[in-house]
Design a binder for this molecule. Sequence first.
Ligand SMILES: NC(=O)c1ccc[n+]([C@@H]2O[C@H](COP(=O)([O-])OP(=O)(O)OC[C@H]3O[C@@H](n4cnc5c(N)ncnc54)[C@H](OP(=O)(O)O)[C@@H]3O)[C@@H](O)[C@H]2O)c1
Length: 340
Amino acid sequence: MRAVAIEGGFGLENLRVVDRGPPPALRAGEVLVRVGAVSLNYRDLLTVRGLYNPKQKLPLIPCSDGAGVVSAIGEGVTKWAVGDRVMPTFAQGWLAGEPTREKLSTTLGGPLDGMLCEYRALREEGLVRVPEHLSVEAAATLPCAGLTAWRALFDHGGLLAGQWVLVQGTGGVSVFALQLAKAAGAKVIATTSSHEKAERLRAMGVDCVINYRETPQWAKPAREATGGRGVDVIVEVGGTGTLSESLRAVKPGGRVSIIGVLAGGVGEVSLFPVLMQDVRLQGVIVGSREHFEQMCRAIDAWKLEPVIDERVFEMDAIVDAMAHMAAGAHFGKVVVKVGA
Ligand SMILES: NC(=O)c1ccc[n+]([C@@H]2O[C@H](COP(=O)([O-])OP(=O)(O)OC[C@H]3O[C@@H](n4cnc5c(N)ncnc54)[C@H](OP(=O)(O)O)[C@@H]3O)[C@@H](O)[C@H]2O)c1
């Protein structure tokens, strides 16, 4: 089978399509998934560059997110049948409850091999059924970005209809968050660096769009959009580079879900607004299988269609796909087709 591997060292130059021989043999309790598509996360780019976990052992098949069809089942498998459409959970061992170090050491795309291969053998409990209305390409976007947005809004954010949400930029997590927030009846403020992307955000029903290049201090217009009250839930993907603005934009008693580090992961941020205004800061690390199943039920009920970037790549063009993402040229999720 064909796979993409990071081999011989980190860096995009060490990402290559390799032949891994026949599909993996199944052990008891395992399911063989014929992968149809994967989607890229910023984490995958950091992993390839050796910045996510410099101690990661190589070779590694990257990418946590994918979807495909069950092509064989191992002895004792009861949950799945050949032909079922499935997605892997981000952390294979995190089925429910609180995360633990052990559960978080079972993530795909590092330290475990990921989904960018034609066939992947996975434990039967590490899979979730694809919502019926979604294509395999669309389903491949859900396991990490979709679930992270879901948990930021509903699990940690406690979002209610009519409340205000702020999302930053037009990457995978943020576009999911805006779609989920709108579906739940919330109002959305989105920042972006591009006029063209601003138009797309407005077309998606975003209530207030702010260009963060032209208006680096976007907290003021964001608060104004809420009638001065402040934002209820902020989906913070910028990190230390944007957190100060988020803390100015959030309402007293509001929630900031700390997800990403696109504008910096280390730096000084004043904690005064947090303690003076009863703001809740909460880190998010994707979610468990139980969270994933909850989200899929909502996606099914809302018939939500994930936004896939207009450039969809073939497996052979993986370096171009990663470079496309690195350039921030995408809107929504970057998808790579796998197999025939
Ligand atoms: N904690 C978790 O569980 C978890 C899960 C998933 C992702 N993440 C993290 O969340 C972040 C986003 O991931 P992703 O996969 O959605 O990334 P992505 O798709 O690569 O997002 C890229 C987009 O982010 C926007 N952006 C970049 N710098 C920005 C800034 N200073 N202010 C506002 N927007 C900015 C840009 O949008 P415009 O082009 O519109 O300006 C850019 O196109 C990453 O740091 C990732 O590692 C964490």
